[in-house]
Write a protein that binds this ligand. Structure first.
Ligand code: 3MF
Ligand code: MG
Ligand code: MG
Length: 413
């Protein structure tokens, strides 16, 4: 018989077991990483189409304070996470932003990124770039307002997940037309940014497009990071140099891609500016599990790639604390454990990059077998076939490093 734990003792139990897990970094160490905590992740109440909320809302000032305690030095937000839609672009917006500015300063947290909500409000039901000129005019105003909010909060990045940019029924909208219209909205935001930064003698923000393959429309016009890169280079954007991408790990995984390869393509294009980190499963819905809980080996590989290519942008914790986690657990378990897994994987990635066995094996593979007849496939194959065994050896070594077995540990020993 296991003993019941009464409700009043449950937080203490969670706190004690969390401490017993160990492996946590100090807030000072955590703060050295460019890790941002989204307002929407911290205040997510657990609701969804088939889910009633399980947690109470958490106001921005409290989120900022909790993130600071954990050692998350950056905060990101949608416009409507902090200002109700009907109060956007009013004097109330300024008051709210002033209050948030004070909370950020008091807690030593910075706003890294702002983003416009173009998926939730009924006005976006037909997409943010629909047929009606008034919807599009409103979308432009909203995005331009996000630019203003970003400048006010000192954000360096603005992210656009277009949300409902797509359709339920084929043939109702002209895809090319809708994309042209969406480009006009991004152009309006970039132009606003140029005007505001010129007037304030500050730098413009980095505008980052985020793709998602499924939901919230049946069909989406920009479903992948590659589609976003094509859109940036389509000739439709007035300032393509101001626009990059914000891939999300799970969004790329969801459509069956290798997130690492998608990131590599964005890196090569010089457009990998911002990165939403989380985890989940292939070909499933957007479960937004916290980083490293599902695919730690793949995450190790992703971070090796980013370290090798000097990615210096933010790591935005775009996950959803699960419905089974309490308000207490969000800040006691979800956020600190996500940050600590991330940092651990980051450090393991550094170790893997400089591991002598992987280094020697990689160099050997790149050296090849030496001078053989370059016209004879069979001779080339025969000359190299023992080298290629190193592929599997490297994979084994990476798993060893991930599991700590490279330190001489055998599991039963
Ligand atoms: C949806 C998302 C979004 C975006 C956010 C930033 C709510 O699956 O990932 O998070 O990241 O809107 O623009
Ligand atoms: Mg995201
Ligand atoms: Mg997502």
């Amino acid at each position: 018989m296991t003993e019941p734990v009464s409700q009043k003792d449950q937080q203490a139990l969670v706190g004690r077991l969390m401490a017993a897990c160990g492996g946590s970094y100090s807030p000072g160490t955590r703060r050295k990483f460019f890790i941002s905590g989204p307002q929407w992740a911290a205040s997510y109440q657990g609701q969804a189409l088939f889910h009633a909320p399980t947690r109470s809302p958490v106001q921005p000032a409290e989120v900022i304070e909790r993130l600071a305690e954990i050692g998350i030095g950056w905060w990101s937000t949608h416009d409507t996470d902090i200002v109700p839609t009907d109060q956007l672009m009013t004097g109330r917006q300024d008051e709210i932003l002033d209050g948030i500015g004070i909370a950020l300063k008091r807690n030593g947290v910075k706003c890294s990124m702002v983003t416009g909500e173009t998926f939730y409000d009924p006005v976006w039901a037909g997409s943010p770039a629909g047929e009606q000129p008034e919807v599009r005019a409103y979308a432009k105003r909203r995005l331009q307002n996000v630019v203003e909010m970003g400048h006010k909060l000192g954000a360096q990045f603005i992210v656009y997940w277009p949300g409902t940019l797509g359709y339920q029924f084929q043939g109702v909208v002209d895809e090319a037309r809708m994309l042209e219209r969406y480009a006009e909205e991004i152009n309006a935001a970039c132009e606003k940014d140029l005007a505001v930064s010129r007037a304030a003698a500050t730098s413009p923000m980095r505008h980052c497009l985020e793709a998602k393959p499924f939901e919230p429309q049946a069909e989406l016009l920009l479903p992948t990071t590659d589609a976003m890169l094509t859109f940036i280079n389509s000739g439709l954007l007035a300032h393509p140099e101001m626009v990059g991408v914000n891939p999300e790990y799970l969004h790329e995984l969801m459509w069956g891609s290798a997130p690492r390869a998608a990131l590599a393509r964005a890196l090569l294009a010089g457009k990998l500016w911002h990165f939403d980190v989380n985890d989940g499963y292939r070909l499933k819905h957007d479960v937004d599990i916290a980083v490293g809980l599902v695919n730690p080996l793949d995450w190790l590989n992703v971070l090796m790639l980013l370290r090798a290519h000097d990615y210096h942008g933010p790591f935005n914790l775009d996950f959803k604390p699960p419905r089974t986690t309490s308000n207490y657990g969000v800040f006691r378990v979800s956020f600190p454990s996500a940050v600590d897994r991330f940092i651990t994987l980051w450090e393991i990635a550094g170790e893997a990059i400089s591991d002598p066995i992987i280094t020697e094996a990689t160099k050997a593979l790149e050296g090849g077998a030496g001078s053989v007849d370059p016209t004879d496939a069979n001779v080339i194959f025969e000359a190299n076939k023992e080298l290629w065994t190193l592929h599997e050896l490297i994979a084994h070594r990476l798993v060893q490093i991930l599991l700590g077995l490279h330190r001489g540990r055998t599991f039963s020993g």
